[in-house]
Design a binder for this molecule. Structure first.
Ligand code: ADP
Ligand code: TRP
Length: 332
């Protein structure tokens, strides 16, 4: 039997290169090797954006971009989280065994509280429980995500194991973060600090749907500095970030070429950024074309979402039935 994979992306905006290299690229590879469930985490998006102006439009964007990146709805199951109410039911059961203390200690919770002190809702606190429900509902063991999600995976294992202990079973297997490379990927942003992300501001992220001119402009404006002042000097964070970006989009030769120029203090950041932008354009161009194409096809999108929901619910209903029985619910 093939192992089961589950992964999701929140419907809070367009997909960027971080989403692509951290998650979606793995999805595309994994669909041939495993039994895959890929979904759009629209319920999760409500934890930070409870009243989005265009919830449906955002979900549609991610669906289009999933398909444009190469996820095949026949080969894997693609669905929208809110189309599978069994996930919300499992979330409720798991919430009974998730403790305030451990939820409050989660790094992403603390970050979100800091960023948005006026919207510390219970959904935000229990975000990792909903994520555990997403994964456990299909009894998945492999979860393709970026480095930032490792702690959430650890929590999913905790909640699954605790459920098993409480109800005296070995029902849920342990899910682990997965990437085809030996390390989980962290794609940096263009603002000189931290990761590429939707919430980090428009200029920080390069989107799969950005046109070439937009990509060139964003990259040319990326934070850099006056250049190295000594040979073989360690790179400050903004420069290291640009090299890390080049590592994901450019060839090994190109990277080695600019590494050498940097080490010899001959690098010109204008040329370096130009090359980086062109390689980003080459990577994203085919996807951008498909995004524009697929976005026009309402009937296809409707059919994909409907088909995916049916397949996902079939698996989810089986789990919920067994979970109810393990907890002790019986019909009269
Ligand atoms: P964002 O962080 O932009 O809001 P999500 O939280 O929806 O995006 O992330 C969806 C997936 O993309 C997750 O698997 C996450 O690990 C991955 N991801 C997001 N940003 C990055 C990044 N900069 N580097 C690597 N992976 C990332
Ligand atoms: N928390 C993930 C993120 O922000 C998105 C997500 C929700 C997810 N449920 C999931 C990822 C289940 C993998 C599996 O990136």
């Amino acid at each position: 039997m093939k192992e089961t994979v589950v992964s999701g992306i929140r419907s809070t905006g367009k997909l960027h290169l971080g989403n692509y290299y951290g998650a979606v690229k793995n999805f595309v590879q994994m669909q041939n090797d495993y039994n895959c469930y890929f979904f759009i985490a629209d319920l999760h998006s409500l934890t930070t954006h409870p009243t989005p102006a265009d919830l449906h439009g955002n979900i549609r964007h991610v669906l289009v971009e999933y398909l444009a990146s190469g996820i095949d709805p026949e080969n894997s199951t693609i669905y929208i989280q809110s189309d599978v109410p069994e996930i919300a039911e499992l979330y409720l059961y798991l919430n009974m065994n998730a403790y305030m203390g451990e939820l409050e200690r989660s790094t992403s919770f603390k970050d979100k509280v800091r960023a948005n002190p006026d919207n510390v809702n219970a959904g935000l606190l229990t975000y990792p429980v909903l994520m555990a429900a997403d994964i456990l509902i299909h009894k998945a063991t492999k979860v393709p995500v970026g480095k930032d999600q490792e702690q959430h995976l650890e929590m999913a294992r905790t909640f699954g194991n605790r459920f098993n202990r409480l109800y005296n079973s070995e029902y849920f297997p342990e899910p682990y973060a997965f990437s085809y490379s030996d390390k989980l990927v962290k794609v940096p942003g263009l603002d000189g600090k931290g990761k590429m992300g939707k919430s980090e501001g428009e200029a920080n992220a390069v989107y799969l749907s950005d046109d070439p001119e937009t990509i060139r402009k964003k990259v040319m404006k990326a934070v850099s500095d006056g250049g190295p002042t000594e040979e073989n000097q360690p790179k400050p964070e903004p420069i290291q970030n640009l090299f890390d970006l080049m590592k994901v989009v450019s060839s090994a030769d190109t990277l080695a070429h600019f590494e050498e120029l940097y080490n010899k203090m001959q690098i010109r950041y204008g040329d370096f950024k130009k090359q980086l932008a062109e390689d980003m354009i080459i990577t994203t161009a085919p996807m951008r074309e498909r995004i524009l194409e697929i976005a026009k096809d309402d009937a296809y999108l409707r059919q994909v979402a409907k088909h995916g929901a049916l397949k996902a619910r079939e698996s989810a209903q089986k789990t919920i039935k067994e979970v109810r029985s393990l907890i002790g619910f019986k019909s009269f």
